[in-house]
Design a protein around this ligand. Sequence first.
Ligand SMILES: *Cc1c(COP(=O)(O)O)cnc(C)c1O
Length: 371
Amino acid sequence: MIPYSTQSISQEDIDSVIRVLQSAHLTQGKEVELFEEAICNYIGCKYAITFNSATSALLGAYAVAEIGVGDEVITTPISFVATSNMLVALEATPIWCDVKLDGNIDERFIERLITPKTKAIIPVDFAGKPVAHEALETIAKKHNLLIIEDASHAFGSSVNGQKIGTFADMSIFSFHAIKPLTTGEGGCVVTDDPAFAAKLRLFRSHGMIKKELWNSDMLTLGHNFRLTEFAAALGRSQLGRVDIFIDKRNEIAAFYDAKFANHKLFSTIPIEKNTRSSHHLYPILLIPELKCHKEEIFKELHERGIGVQVHYKPIYQNSYYKEKFGTTRLEVCEDFYRSELSIPCHQEMSMEDAKYVVKTILQIFQKIQTL
Ligand SMILES: *Cc1c(COP(=O)(O)O)cnc(C)c1O
């Protein structure tokens, strides 16, 4: 089976983890700091604060932005549930905005959702394609809102050479096993704001600071959301190859773009020329007439060794959210969910694999066309 995404672990990665396992510090040593420094250098941001997942990083970012009871936050339903879950964990209300045909939040609909309770906008760079930062920033400035970007898909994505992580007030990356760069489980928040950075460090580690000798002080309520030293070593080793990973995914994506151009039964998502996408996912979108065949297509692709997946069921469709907030229905989100399939696109694939994926997909759609 060719999975839709997978990790890439080299001997160098393994060696760097073993080196740390054999050292004195499995946690709270120098590795986390070195990894954070390397992230800042790569992204071009001032502060990187690692966490043990993007979910805890999201909770940290929302908490230090002082999102809390009764606040409203405008976000996208086309994401992993954690984007909204961590708002609910702070007793804030996610206000879901419809998306565009590329799966990113539709900035045209945001202003009408703003109320006096609105605190922030939380966009997601779906599949690694950057959101419309300029438009979002204009709205945020006008209404005095924060932008907290769930960039879990977009480590290494950039616009005009400027990396994702430098546009929003805070940006969150995931280092889950199948994300663009992995530490097994892990995540981080990047920001240029020293106050957010300091608060995030406290939030991550019990709200405590060291004073002198045995004396420490707890200043705020915190958690233990720290990344281990060996996870950080893996991350730093991976970071050395992340551009090679992204180049490989771009090569496969360009091959798919060419082979699938102007197909009558499905479309792909174009990436603008000034933009580099991490291509965490490569989505194809079925035409409306084919949506009732999606199950069949999904099953047949799996039977033929192509591990497609669907991203995402709109968050508001989950039972928990229906019970808590009632029924929501956003037109483009509904269509997007019914039409989307993520096909394999990752650095562990050979061009032979990519050719097999293309050939099989074209055959399956050919068959459906003649039904
Ligand atoms: C993967 C993902 C998360 C959660 O990341 P974890 O590191 O698994 O906690 C959050 N948001 C989005 C958009 C994701 O894709």
